[in-house]
Write a protein that binds this ligand. Structure first.
Ligand SMILES: *[C@@H]1O[C@H](CO)[C@@H](O)[C@H](O)[C@H]1NC(C)=O
Ligand SMILES: *[C@@H]1O[C@H](CO)[C@@H](O)[C@H](O)[C@H]1NC(C)=O
Ligand SMILES: *[C@@H]1O[C@H](CO)[C@@H](O)[C@H](O)[C@H]1NC(C)=O
Length: 376
């Protein structure tokens, strides 16, 4: 009996350490050929039930708290069944959070307990409580079910905390099972400029852009000798908090969604947009930060998209529902019922109303439009 118990205990220990040491490989679903990403921007979580909502109707105040933010994310997870949940910063509102770690745990709890892999980056408010940006990102990286990383191991010097990429592999058992067919880039867009002559928000620094360039080039090289279905570089998506100055290049004639406030980017242009256009693989960029903007517009082959404000303790607009953005990448169906490379990438938003109304569905990228563009 003693021996049996010891053996069971050893098996248990082995399984646990294996699960901890090995992060889950993201891959497309073999039944649907889809990979579904839920983006949650600007939860602004603080102390839970004690933290009141902002910008709801006066008669809603008494019953509204951070717990409404929690309820919204739980409902979305059930409705959309995402394969990955991405938190694009201002996950907590540091000034009002008594304890950064507890607030972060409470904010991210619906993702953690769903058992769905999740990834997060920092906004400009996450470090305003007891933890520094490094501290708060380290805390996130240590949480359960997360694929977030502090920084890439190969980049010896890089600005910020939480710059990393994730590969999404093809369907298990298909010829692309061990290849990344969708590349996700996560970057720390910082908080506020610390250059005295440059006021305002921070930007993505040359060290981060260099890491992005190298990573994108490495991923694209690894496709050169790949099997037939995957032609050209795999599409990429980038997630970070502060919008790029290029988000200001649109008006209602050429975006889908709404623009109800200015674009709060850095006051200087870091050139990251040009870096992405040059790299060639990124098809869309997803940010938060400006809660009243939720549009997507295309500039030079890259869609620039906001998610719209999610959290109830974040500024918003009474009567304009809190919202989230979904992105779904779909694989091409090949002969004999197998799955190939990514065929299209679609997006829509979900509102926190009775029926989680979906709005503004659009195709962000498709293989055929790429071919068309190349023919022209
Ligand atoms: C917040 O949640 C409470 C409890 O479920 C609910 O009664 C209230 O209507 C919600 N408020 C808003 C603004 O959604
Ligand atoms: C992918 O890797 C697994 C494990 O190493 C291997 O069994 C499988 O044959 C590989 N599949 C392809 C298509 O290369
Ligand atoms: C959108 O349209 C406006 C004119 O209404 C134009 O100034 C702007 O350059 C357009 N933006 C893009 C990205 O095409």
């Amino acid at each position: 009996m003693g021996t049996v118990a010891v053996v069971i205990w050893m098996v248990f220990l082995c399984c646990c350490s294996a699960a901890q040491g090995q992060r889950r490989q993201l891959r497309f679903d073999g039944k649907t050929g889809e990979f579904r990403i839920l983006q949650v921007a600007d939860m602004h979580y603080a102390d839970g039930k004690r933290t009141r909502c902002e910008d709801v109707f006066p008669q809603q105040m008494a019953t509204c708290s951070d717990l409404n933010t929690t309820a919204f994310i739980r409902r979305l997870i059930l409705a959309e069944k995402p394969d990955l949940i991405v938190f694009t910063g201002d996950n907590i509102f540091g000034f009002d959070a008594t304890d950064a770690a507890s607030s972060m745990n409470a904010a991210l709890e619906p993702a953690v307990s769903s058992n769905i892999p999740w990834a997060a980056v920092l906004g400009n408010h996450d470090q305003e409580s007891a933890l520094s940006r490094e501290g708060v990102m380290k805390h996130i990286v240590g949480m359960k079910n997360t694929l977030s990383q502090l920084n890439p191991p190969e980049a010896h010097v890089i600005d910020g905390y939480g710059n990393y990429n994730l590969e999404v592999h093809g369907v298990e058992g298909s010829s692309l099972a061990n290849k990344s067919v969708l590349n996700l880039y996560f970057l720390d867009s910082g908080d506020y400029s610390n250059v005295p002559l440059i006021p305002g928000y921070d930007w993505i620094k040359p060290s981060q852009q260099l890491w992005f360039q190298r990573t994108s080039a490495k991923l694209q090289r690894s496709y050169l000798n790949k099997p037939e279905p995957q032609k050209g570089p795999a599409p990429g998506l980038a997630y970070f908090h502060i919008p790029l100055p290029e988000f200001a290049n649109f008006d209602s004639s050429n975006f889908t969604g709404e623009k109800q406030e200015g674009i709060s980017s850095a006051s200087v242009n870091s050139g990251f947009f040009t870096t992405m256009v040059t790299a060639g693989d990124v098809k869309a960029v997803f940010t938060g930060h400006d809660h009243l903007n939720d549009f997507c517009g295309e500039l030079t082959g890259i869609h620039l998209c906001y998610a719209g404000g999610f959290g109830y303790h974040a500024y918003g607009k009474a009567g304009w529902a809190r919202r989230a953005r979904m992105v779904v990448a779909s694989l091409e169906k090949m002969d004999k019922g197998t799955w190939g490379a990514v065929k299209s990438i679609k997006t829509w938003k979900r509102l926190d109303d009775k029926h989680l109304t979906g709005i503004d569905g659009e195709v962000l990228w498709s293989k055929s439009s790429r071919q068309k563009r190349m023919l022209r």
